[in-house]
Write a protein that binds this ligand. Structure first.
Ligand code: NAD
Length: 372
């Protein structure tokens, strides 16, 4: 990644988002009491691989927010983060002392990056402390928890968004633009897969923590992409099958190893999708009578590749940082009171689709209506 080119790229890109009218990211501030140039203070909850490898480094690039605290099970780890990111040691919390964030004006936003089944608990704790929340995907492990999270944030009058980073990536923005354009319009026929080989038996392979297998973890990106490709609407119905026998039943004891599913959208659009912890795949294709878009690398943090029937897309130079774009957009939305592109309601929508897919699997591949 070209670090020196990044800030210019991001500024231009945020400007394009605004100019496109997709959502208002105007450079005005309605926080009259705040000094110009204020950055929102973010606290990361859970200092695992995504926080360490992506979110922390991205928060060194952001213009509208910065890392000001952490919630971690290890004070030692927290002290290292405080030193690395230059925030006060008083801003290190444990999961049990998260409620004390309420007394800390350094922290405006809590970003939940813990295992899936803990998202609800940590989101509710952050809301009760009066902090705005970003919650990683999947929003939760069931729709009921999504409802609890949305209600807690509404009650506390704080904002809730999901850590869906692809909505801020230029390649996926282009897909969204094509869907809205006369040139292409909503796509009709889609297929996509996101899979990787999982080793060991991490929490992702244990239902109590993950809520499910690859569908919950990475298949949700294919769901997102298909919804995007028809104009950000949910499918009407799904059918799904688990691929059996499992190659590694000792690892995937209570979650699926590989799943295929079909989503049926209004107007006859369909998407055939697949997700697995025992294969490799990272693609998405969408077409209609006017043309097509084909991602050979669809869901990566960097190094995406896509071609349309009009020719190859090239948004790689300069490379952008999806997580920095996502968090800066969130910070601007909070400061400007503008709606998020990826609100809690979208996370809930996706969980209704996930639940319908699992219901279909449990019922021998029966067609299940999605009650989004
Ligand atoms: P990880 O296992 O590397 O980190 C999880 C963190 O949660 C660890 O620091 C761990 O100590 C902490 N934790 C707190 N309570 C725990 C408990 N009871 N059991 C286990 N861990 C506990 O996981 P990760 O890859 O960082 O994923 C965290 C979340 O971020 C997941 O929800 C995942 O879906 C999401 N994620 C999103 C993206 C993305 O591209 N948006 C990428 C990776 C992960």
């Amino acid at each position: 990644m070209k670090m020196n080119a990044y800030p210019v790229s991001r500024r231009n890109f945020l400007g394009q988002l605004s100019a496109a009218g997709a959502f208002a990211l105007l450079p005005r501030r309605s926080w009259a009491a705040e000094p110009p140039g204020k950055k929102l203070g973010v606290a990361l909850v859970g200092l695992g691989s995504y926080s360490t490898g992506q979110l922390g480094p991205a928060l060194k690039l952001t213009e509208h927010c910065r890392l000001m605290g952490v919630v971690t099970g290890s004070r030692e780890k927290g002290l290292k983060w405080a030193q690395n990111y230059g925030f006060s040691e008083k801003n290190i919390y444990s999961y049990d002392t998260m409620y004390q964030l309420a007394d800390n004006p350094d922290i405006d936003v809590v970003y939940v990056v813990t295992p899936n089944s803990m998202h609800a608990k940590h989101t509710v704790a952050a809301a009760k402390a009066g902090k705005h929340v970003i919650c990683e995907k999947p929003m939760a492990t069931n729709v009921a928890d999504c409802d609890t999270m949305i209600a807690a944030c509404q009650q506390a009058k704080v904002r809730l968004a999901i850590g869906y980073r692809l909505h801020y990536d230029p390649y996926h923005r282009e897909l969204m633009r094509l869907v809205k354009s006369d040139q292409f319009g909503p796509f009709k026929k889609m297929r996509g897969a996101l899979s990787f080989q999982m080793g060991g038996r991490p929490w992702r392979a244990i239902k109590q923590f993950s809520g499910g297998g690859p569908l919950m973890d990475v298949g949700i990106y294919v769901i997102q992409e298909a919804c995007m490709a028809v104009g950000d609407v949910a499918p009407l119905a799904v059918t799904a099958q688990e691929i059996l026998p499992k190659k590694k039943p000792e690892i995937f004891q209570d979650v699926e190893e590989t799943l295929t599913w079909r989503m049926e959208f209004a107007g006859g659009a369909v998407c055939e999708a697949r997700s697995s912890y025992a294969e490799g795949a990272n693609d998405f294709h969408a077409e209609n009578e006017k043309g097509w878009i084909d991602f050979s690398s669809a869901y990566l943090y960097r190094g995406l590749a896509a071609t349309t029937s009009n020719g190859p897309l090239n948004f790689r130079d300069p490379e952008v940082n999806q997580q920095a774009l996502q968090m800066d957009a969130y910070a601007l939305d909070v400061m400007n009171h503008t709606p998020s592109l990826v609100p809690g309601e979208m996370g809930r929508r996706d969980m209704t689709i996930v639940e319908a897919i699992y219901t279909s699997v449990a019922n021998g591949g029966k067609r299940v209506e999605v009650k989004a």
